[in-house]
Design a protein. Structure first.
Length: 405
């Protein structure tokens, strides 16, 4: 798994005199400020040294005329930027055929390694190296099942194909012609223009009523379509284990989709079978990219802050403080003063205390059902996988009768 323990950022401004002769026309600007992240599993100092070396490397590439990214930014899901997961490591665990291994996993043998991190919005996340977790979003399923009503990558309903666009345009032209006709009659008869206003208000009320009815119909359809996803997902898994009798899965429902855990065997994220599962179950594309880049599977363990009632009643801020420099206050990349950063780090610690306390009132997902092929149902379950599943269910508070967030 690519989850460094220590992080740093470093930036440096290079002037023209430092990079090229005054007569050179290689560069379009006289200055370049380059910022890079650095990471390490050894120490914060080594992470900062790594950041500086990456700045120097980018600087040399810039000198050769290469068009480089000046300021490296943290991106959600690390979209093709080659930066490992930049999350605070909370704890490390291992699962072997002898049971759970707690604490630092260095120099300790375990069949399955688990690292718990805190993500960019403050929630705890499990990162496991060889137990397949498949994340499926409702929006992807809606786009797959009802392409005529939903766009492939979003919740917003698209214009249904059965509705005739020309007929909608025809209604608009009819209303325009009617207004022109009414205005002509009023002008010809010398009547008060209040009649035209009355007609306009009447038509507006009619159109408003029609729009409200359409909104209600769309809302009801969306509710019905969402309700149809759970039976669909269960049927998909049933068909899978029938055709692949050695496989076994556990299905969970999350606030915005589903989580599937393969429990029949351990497997690497780069295995071709994992890619097959991702495609078959319509896994979230961002999640797939992250798993492949970081060589681990991920599962959120605690609630998203904005889904918690404490955010709405102002007991908890929606965003975690010090989101961009939680790893230290001695880096040179942040414009704020050291005192300001330290204040934000204190605010971050207090936010985490409140969040962890409030998160106990929510569960990350709810367990639905287990599915096993004929051959898998007769096989002995891996002790390591069973231990991880039990740990996962406790951490997610799956069996608690509380709100899913």
């Amino acid at each position: 798994m690519l989850i460094p323990k220590y992080w740093a950022q470093y930036k440096q401004r290079f002037d023209l005199s430092e990079t090229a002769d005054d007569t050179s026309d290689t560069f379009n600007s006289k200055q370049a400020t380059i910022k890079r992240y650095g990471w390490s599993d050894v120490s914060q100092t080594e992470a900062l040294s790594h950041a500086k070396s990456r700045v120097n490397e980018a600087h040399h590439r810039w000198l050769t005329g290469e068009d480089i990214l000046r300021r490296e930014r943290r991106e959600e899901y690390n979209a093709s930027n080659g930066i490992p997961i930049r999350e605070e490591i909370i704890s490390e665990h291992g699962f072997s055929e002898n049971g759970l291994i707690e604490g630092n996993l260095e120099n300790r043998l375990s069949d399955t390694q688990l690292i718990v991190t805190r993500n960019s919005y403050g929630a705890k996340v499990a990162n496991v190296d060889n137990i397949a977790i498949i994340d499926v979003d409702n929006k992807d399923l809606l786009g797959h099942l009802y392409p005529e009503h939903y766009s492939p990558n979003g919740f917003m309903p698209a214009i249904p194909t059965y509705q005739s666009k020309p007929s909608s345009k025809l209604k608009v032209w009819v209303f325009i012609l009617v207004f022109i006709l009414i205005a002509s009659v009023i002008a010809w008869l010398g009547l008060s223009w209040l009649w035209l206003l009355a007609v306009m208000f009447g038509v507006t009320a009619y159109l408003w009523q029609q729009a409200s009815q359409r909104d209600k119909a769309h809302a009801q359809k969306y509710t019905d379509d969402i309700a149809s996803l759970l039976p669909y997902m269960m049927d998909v898994i049933k068909k899978r284990v029938v055709n692949h009798p050695t496989e076994r899965f556990r299905l969970y429902q999350t606030p915005a989709g589903f989580r599937i855990i393969a429990t029949h065997d351990t497997i690497s994220p780069s295995d071709e079978l994992v890619a097959e599962w991702f495609e078959y179950f319509h896994a979230d594309a961002n999640y797939v990219r992250l798993c492949q880049a970081q060589q681990c599977f991920r599962a959120r363990l605690t609630a998203k802050p904005w889904r918690m009632g404490e955010v709405e009643n102002n007991k908890l801020a929606k965003d975690i403080p010090a989101k961009n420099f939680w790893f230290g206050s001695d880096n040179t990349d942040v414009e704020n003063s050291i005192e300001q950063r330290q204040d934000e780090l204190k605010a971050r610690k207090q936010w985490i205390v409140y969040y962890d306390r409030f998160a106990q009132g929510y569960r990350a997902c709810r367990y639905i059902e287990s599915f096993a092929g004929k051959e898998a149902s007769h096989q002995l379950e891996s002790v390591a996988i069973k231990a991880f599943v039990e740990w996962h269910d406790r951490a997610c508070r799956v069996d608690k009768d509380i709100e899913v967030a």
